[in-house]
Design a protein. Structure first.
Length: 284
């Protein structure tokens, strides 16, 4: 017998395909279970993540320009240049935050759809309710763990992996390093900036602004690199999961034009739930 999901030959010694975990005789997608297309949304989410990651670079590396502006202000005795540096950095930060918000919305919607699709994939093993694809980012403290668990579950069952792909761990470690590190550095830099002379007059006072930007560059490299790693790894995950789910959905024969109904096939067995976690539970 040939597996209808991955095309591998199956053995009657096992009740599921050893490659993709689809139960013997089951279709690639369960008939009558709603499915959600991901291709366009996945592309939009990947682009948004890439833009947000790249837009952090000017903000993260701003001390390079800040040093030049502070030196020019010292040479000219022009305090307005220092105010211009602050205004420029605020503008860059706002641009990055806008891009991050857009990427976050698209990512959450994509994750929810990808998680919901698992319910239509025979042999999938959902471990958390699909609602956690949204709530996991919003609930305090849970947002340090739950989003990674949801993506890990989606990646395992979409990419036919017995264990969580290492790329998920890389993405989440880099994301936590970026998000936590950026907040800590922002607080420390604000404290240091508050100690500077508000209206410098002497060369010594102007020099403190030069040192401020010089001392800020090194620590900022950590969240900057982490942001790029997190963005790149997440883009790869989105593209791989989207392609895998779309390929699986394409193996079915739709009835009509809706996203739901599919041609009848072998009797469908609902997705299994993890031991101790019913498929509809909100367990963390």
């Amino acid at each position: 017998m040939i597996c209808k999901t991955c095309g591998d030959a199956t053995s009657p010694a096992f009740n599921e395909c050893r490659r993709c975990k689809t139960p013997l005789g089951q279709p690639a997608v369960a008939p009558g279970v709603p499915i959600h297309p991901l291709r366009r949304l996945g592309t939009a989410a990947a682009v948004a993540v890439g833009v947000a990651s790249l837009l952090y670079l000017p903000s993260g590396l701003f001390p390079v320009f800040g040093v030049q502006l502070a030196r020019a202000a010292a040479e000219r005795g022009d305090r307005d240049l220092l105010l211009g540096a602050v205004a420029a950095e605020v503008l860059l930060t706002l641009l990055h935050l806008s891009a991050m918000l857009t990427a976050a919305v698209l990512l959450i919607i994509w994750t929810w759809r990808a998680r919901r699709n698992l319910e239509a994939f025979p042999g999938a093993l959902p471990t958390l309710n699909s609602g956690w694809a949204i709530a996991g980012w919003l609930v305090p403290f849970a947002n340090f763990v739950v989003p990674a668990r949801v993506i890990a579950n989606v990646a395992r069952d979409s990419l036919w992996r017995r264990a969580t792909p290492a790329l998920v761990g890389l993405w989440w470690a880099a994301w936590l390093t970026f998000s936590v590190g950026d907040r800590i550095l922002l607080r420390l830099e604000n404290q240091r900036y508050d100690r500077l002379t508000p209206w410098p007059r002497s060369d010594t006072e102007f020099a403190t602004y030069v040192r401020y930007y010089q001392d800020s560059l090194g620590p900022r490299l950590v969240p900057t690199v982490a942001c790029l790693i997190a963005g790149a790894s997440l883009i790869v995950l989105i593209r791989r999961i989207t392609a895998a789910q779309q390929d699986r959905i394409a193996k079915t024969t739709p009835i009509g034009t809706g996203h739901g109904g599919l041609a009848p096939d072998a009797p469908y067995a609902a997705p299994r739930s993890a031991p101790g976690h019913p498929a509809g539970s909100m367990a963390t």
